[in-house]
Ligand binder design. Structure first.
Ligand SMILES: Cc1ncc(C[n+]2csc(CCOP(=O)(O)OP(=O)(O)O)c2C)c(N)n1
Ligand SMILES: [Mg+2]
Length: 185
C-alpha cells in the first residue's frame, strides 16, 4: 500500500483525537488528506513527534493521543521509545509509516528493513504492538489499537511513492500551536 492510501484509511477513524505528526512527508500527506485543528504538524525538527505526543498524553489523560511517525524519525529518536514505555501512558497510540527510506530528503535507505521497529517497541515495554503490510488489515488493526490500553505501536509497511507535487503545510508554526491548543480545550 502507498502512504497516501494508509492515511486515507486511518484519518476518518481519528474522531477528535489529537494527532502529532512527524516532519516531512508525514505532515504533508496527512495535511493533504484532511487538515484538522487537532493536528499538530512538527515542521522541521525530525524525531520529536513522539516526545511531543508523550507530553500531550501525560498532560491530557482524558484524551487518546495519536502520533503519526516515520521510520527514519523513530530510528533517530529510539531512546524516546524507552521513555514512552517507562511512562506507560494508557492513552498513547504510536503509528509508524515505514517506507524503509528517508523519503522526504531523497529516499536514502533507512535501517527499518533490517530492524523490525515494532519488535524494538515490544522489547522496551509497549503494551500492544502490531505490524501491518496489507491495506485491508490496516483499519481493523488501528481499531484494535484504539480499543486497547496503551502505549500501543502500529507499524504500517508502506511503499515509497509520495507525490512531490503535494503541497506543504500552509499554516505557520504559531498557527499550528494555537489551533492545536484550542482543539485540546
Ligand atoms: C534533526 C533533523 N535531521 C534531518 C532532517 C532532514 N529530514 C527531514 S525529513 C527527513 C526524513 C524523515 O524520514 P522518515 O521519518 O522515514 O519519513 P519519510 O520522509 O520517509 O516519510 C530528514 C532526513 C531534519 N529535518 N531534522
Ligand atoms: Mg521513511
Amino acid at each position: 500500500m502507498k502512504g497516501t492510501e494508509a492515511f486515507r484509511e486511518l484519518v476518518p477513524m481519528l474522531g477528535d483525537r489529537p494527532v502529532v505528526h512527524a516532519n516531512g512527508y508525514i505532515c504533508r500527506e496527512s495535511f493533504q488528506v484532511l487538515d484538522r485543528e487537532a493536528n499538530f504538524y512538527m515542521i522541521g525538527s525530525m524525531g520529536l513527534a513522539s516526545s511531543i505526543g508523550l507530553g500531550v498524553a501525560l498532560g491530557r489523560q482524558d484524551k487518546q493521543v495519536v502520533v503519526f511517525d516515520g521510520d527514519g524519525n523513530v530510528l533517530m529518536a529510539m531512546g524516546t521509545l524507552a521513555m514512552i514505555a517507562a511512562a506507560a501512558p494508557k492513552n498513547f497510540v504510536h503509528v509508524v509509516f515505514d517506507n524503509q527510506v528517508y523519503e522526504s530528503t531523497g529516499s536514502q535507505r533507512s535501517l527499518s528493513g533490517e530492524i523490525p521497529l515494532e519488535e524494538v517497541a515490544r522489547s522496551v515495554g509497549y503494551r500492544h504492538t502490531e505490524r501491518v503490510t496489507k491495506k485491508e488489515e490496516l483499519g481493523p488493526a488501528f481499531k484494535r489499537m484504539l480499543a486497547e490500553q496503551g502505549p500501543s505501536f502500529l507499524l504500517v509497511k508502506v511503499e515509497p511513492g509520495f507525490n512531490p507535487k503535494t503541497g506543504r503545510v500552509t499554516h505557520s508554526p504559531e498557527e499550528i500551536t494555537a489551533r492545536f491548543m484550542r482543539a485540546l480545550q
